[in-house]
Ligand binder design. Structure first.
Ligand SMILES: Nc1ncnc2c1ncn2[C@@H]1O[C@H](COP(=O)(O)OP(=O)(O)OP(=O)(O)O)[C@@H](O)[C@H]1O
Ligand SMILES: [Mg+2]
Length: 314
């Protein structure tokens, strides 16, 4: 399998602080991977090591097959990085467009291609009217948009984004998320992003990893993590006519559920192994002459899963 980001047994210490502890992780081509965890968990440190800004203490990171310690130049050539402090890393003596041009040239992007790419990014990020202004005159959000443009200006195959939407307004955040999704489609680019916005990770990321105290504690697709941590699932059942109490007692008498009650004109029950038991429950109701209109699961959010995993860990 094509694994452009390969982290093996990575540990990074700062004196006595173990910021990242024995992390193993592979991110597949075309994947959008979300890195989640509390403050000081080790997210940014991992990104810094993977993008050659910090050397690993133990272990290795390979980007597109290049080792971050042995082949840093090759690694830098294939990555884009929006650093955590991305809003404050521009050259204020240059204009916004010149900043992008400068970085594009560092990456040897051919002139015409670079010009087109800069126009496209400035247009997309709604920075075109500020192209000739110094980033020193920008608001935090505008600076962050310029950082994002800079991370993408050379069209890198692997992109690291450390909290990409933290300073963006909701409309721009949504636009940036749609853009990331579009770029990762068809395996054009691979994204590794740190975020505190769990709904963002839930909608955007193919897989997420939870890191806590430097340790990677869980990795999986949001739906997989839900299944793993929510073995007891909750369902809401709606009936065509009255009969709620009858339905409740039938469900109870099957002995298949952990609890059953009536809430807002619906029967709500909690069950384990729902895929086996739900059909039996519905059959019992139908055989008793009740018409089931809707059976809907109350799906926990990624936030619920996160709180369960991280909350129980610290
Ligand atoms: N240059 C450094 N020197 C000393 N300690 C550091 C350094 N950089 C990070 N640390 C420590 O390493 C730990 C992990 O920090 P890191 O920035 O990776 O956390 P994070 O998960 O990105 O947190 P946040 O969500 O707040 O951005 C913290 O305890 C931090 O204080
Ligand atoms: Mg951070």
């Amino acid at each position: 399998m094509d694994v452009p980001i390969e982290i093996k047994n990575l540990t990074k210490t700062f004196g006595d602080i173990v910021a990242v502890r024995e992390v193993d992780l592979g991110v597949h081509r075309g994947e959008v991977f979300g890195f989640l965890g509390p403050n000081a968990a080790g997210k940014s440190t991992t990104v810094k090591v993977a993008s050659t800004l910090l050397a690993p203490t133990h272990g290795t990171v390979e980007i597109n097959g290049y080792d971050v310690l042995e082949e840093p130049e090759e690694v830098r050539a294939v990555i884009g990085l929006l650093p955590e402090d991305g809003a404050d890393t521009h050259y204020d003596r240059l204009t916004a467009a010149e900043n992008l041009e400068y970085f594009g040239r560092l990456y040897d992007v051919p002139k015409e291609k670079l010009e087109n790419r800069i126009e496209e990014l400035l247009e997309f990020l709604e920075l075109a009217d500020r192209r000739d202004n110094s980033p020193g005159t920008f608001s935090t959000g505008l600076k962050q948009k310029l950082s994002l443009a800079r991370a993408l200006v050379h069209d890198p195959p692997v992109v690291f984004l450390d909290e990409p939407t933290s300073n963006l307004d909701p409309i721009m955040s949504r636009k940036v998320r749609a853009f990331i999704q579009q770029m990762a489609e068809g395996s054009k680019q691979t994204y590794f992003m740190c975020t505190h916005l769990l709904s963002e990770a839930e909608h955007l990321c193919d897989r997420v990893g939870f890191i806590s105290h430097g340790r990677l504690v869980e990795v999986g697709r949001p739906a997989e993590l839900r299944r793993k941590f929510w073995t007891q699932r909750t369902f809401e059942l709606q009936l065509a006519a009255t009969g709620l109490t009858k339905a409740q007692s039938i469900i109870k008498s099957t002995g298949l559920v952990l609890s059953v009650q009536i809430e807002n004109k619906r029967v709500v029950y909690v069950v384990e192994k729902a895929e086996q038991k739900n059909p039996e429950i519905v059959r019992a109701l139908v055989e008793a002459g009740l018409a089931v209109v809707e059976l809907r699961e109350r799906i926990p959010s990624l936030e619920d899963v996160y709180l369960k995993v991280i909350g129980g860990d610290s």
